[in-house]
Write a protein that binds this ligand. Structure first.
Ligand code: MG
Ligand code: MG
Length: 255
């Protein structure tokens, strides 16, 4: 079922989105060589507590997962694509880190992600991150009344493929509202002019994931959660929660 949100509900979702944005900014500032992934999770958890918000990630158990997710933040390093579980691993110089974070506040969910490098970046990693962000911007640009889900998917996929990047299939964006994951699903590649027609009040989490090696293959770690590239190359992830309005797309998790 697809629930269209009223303008007042979208304003409320913006409040949740800003908690997500603030937490990700704090995580980004804290991340450095020598800092552990669990410490980043603690920074995110502190931001949730300060806002009186709760975590839609903690204890989350979708059908593919063997165990409930044990943290409030996903931390995916280097060849990990998404859903990485924070551990005591300490970041090393040049690590490419993707962090994904959600909050639940006032009955509404928010979901956003970004990638960055700690220490000295490799130029290829910066290009990978820049392309993920450009794909996200292209997807958001297509999130307008009258377009279809396929137009968003096509916009994202075109940017990624033109850059020679791989796109993990089976994972992508989603509707979001009272719950973090709602219908419809928003693929990161697809045919324009196909799928659900976009209407004002539809709120979507749009989230390109890109594989630097250019192949689409991935596997899941023995932890049952972490998606990792098959070719061993690095991956990047970018995500915003976006409301489709009569005035155009509104980024609710804008930082
Ligand atoms: Mg997310
Ligand atoms: Mg999401």
């Amino acid at each position: 079922m697809i629930e269209l949100k009223t303008p007042a509900s979208i304003d409320a979702m913006y409040e949740t989105g800003q908690v997500v944005a603030g937490a990700l900014t704090a995580v980004r500032k804290s991340a450095d060589v020598g800092v552990s992934l669990l410490e980043l999770n603690e920074v995110a958890h502190d931001a949730l507590r300060a806002a009186g918000a709760s975590s839609p990630f903690l204890g989350y158990r979708p059908s593919f997962a063997p165990t409930p997710f044990p943290a409030v933040l996903c931390t995916s390093v280097n060849d990990a694509i998404v859903h990485g579980i924070p551990t005591g691993h300490r970041l090393r110089d040049g690590d490419l880190v993707s962090v994904d974070f959600g909050a639940q506040l006032g009955g509404w969910a928010g979901d956003s992600a970004l990638s960055f490098v700690v220490g000295t970046p490799r130029p290829a990693d910066l290009r990978l991150i820049e392309t993920a962000e450009r794909a996200l911007a292209a997807g958001i640009g297509a999130a307008v009344v009258g377009n279809r889900i396929g137009d968003i998917a096509h916009a994202i996929g075109t940017v990624c493929r033109e850059a020679g990047l791989g796109i993990p299939q089976d994972f992508g964006g989603h509707g979001i509202g009272r719950r973090m994951h709602e219908d419809p699903s928003v693929p990161n590649e697809g045919r324009p002019g196909r799928g659900l027609r976009l209407r004002a009040g539809l709120v979507l989490a749009i989230e390109p994931m890109v594989i630097g090696g250019g192949t689409d293959g991935y596997h899941v770690d023995p932890d049952g959660w972490t998606l990792r590239t098959d070719d061993g190359s690095r991956a990047a992830h970018a995500e915003h929660t976006v409301a489709i309005t009569e005035d155009g797309p509104r980024i609710l998790t804008a930082r």
